[in-house]
Design a protein around this ligand. Structure first.
Ligand code: NDP
Ligand SMILES: Nc1nc2c(c(=O)[nH]1)N=C([C@H](O)[C@@H](O)CO)CN2
Length: 233
């Protein structure tokens, strides 16, 4: 089944975002991803069914420029997935809080307000914020990251109230989804021990969560827990 609708995924050039983009293309959607740099591998291995828009959300000008270009493209959006993120710990300087605030809060806030007009008026549509389990609990090593993700959780509530009933707005709050290549064995062992299920699930569980929220007509203003039972330990 070919669906002409388009789904926007920010930060979709790698890992979770790219996996979800590819799975949604398999479902028949057109997908637009954003990234700061084009990947050289795309020369030989093009991203079939995925359009790429360059966007750097580290400055207001960068966010506003992306919004302007998005409006020029004027896609009929079925969903917006705010996936772009920086995961900086608290040893990375005072700028880290500002950098993560721009990506996790300022960009979703401005894009949602501007892109509401691009969401398909012919059907109920979705905005999905990728937050984090630790937004509800805090973190001793990622305080600034947590605070910015907690702000994004709060934006879910505000936008859900404002955009209902035409647009559903929800968060997905993961704990470990996939490690980074430079995570050592000790870190991996300790992280896996933090959840009741003790696994590294991989990005498919985020795609499944996006599909659940898109397919369910009666869920808005919520935060979908995706944490392997981390709250049980
Ligand atoms: N991986 C995990 O285990 C977990 C992930 N999450 C959340 O899930 C989502 C996906 O995670 P993951 O795939 O690991 O994310 P990544 O760390 O791979 O980051 C996703 C993308 O964010 C983009 N990004 C970073 N800074 C900026 C910026 N200033 N402007 C525009 N884009 C930017 C990058 O795009 P590029 O460099 O291409 O420009 C990057 O590819 C994130 O929101 C994350 O916080 C939550 C808990 C666990
Ligand atoms: N933007 C990112 N956010 C997060 C990442 C990541 O790789 N990029 N990773 C995590 C961890 O997996 C954490 O959940 C477990 O140590 C959190 N957020």
């Amino acid at each position: 089944m070919t669906i002409s609708e388009t789904i926007l995924i920010t930060g979709g050039a790698q890992r979770v975002g790219l996996h979800c983009a590819r799975r949604l293309v398999e479902d028949g959607y057109r997908v637009i991803i954003t990234c700061r740099t084009m990947r050289p591998e795309w020369q030989d291995q093009p991203l079939n069914g995925i359009e790429v828009m360059l966007a750097d959300f580290s400055t207001l000008a960068g966010i506003e420029d992306f919004i302007r270009r998005l409006h020029q493209r004027a896609p009929v959006l079925r969903a917006i997935v705010h996936n772009a993120s920086l995961w900086l710990d608290d040893h990375q300087g005072a700028q880290a809080m500002q950098q993560m605030y721009m990506v996790h809060v300022q960009a979703p806030y401005l894009i949602n307000r501007a892109a509401e007009a691009l969401l398909d008026p012919q059907q109920v549509t979705d905005i999905i914020h990728l937050t984090d389990h630790v937004a509800q609990r805090g973190s001793k090593k990622h305080m600034a990251y947590c605070a910015s993700k907690a702000a994004l959780e709060n934006l879910t509530l505000s936008f859900a109230a404002q955009f209902a009933p035409r647009v559903k707005v929800n968060s997905i709050a993961p704990a470990l989804i996939m490690f980074n290549t430079d995570d050592n064995d000790e870190y991996r062992r300790k992280t896996l021990e933090k959840s009741a299920l003790g696994i590294e699930p991989g990005p498919e569980v985020v795609y499944q969560s996006i599909r659940y929220l898109m397919d369910n007509t009666y869920v808005t203003g919520t935060s979908l827990t995706l944490n392997g039972g981390r709250h049980l330990k």
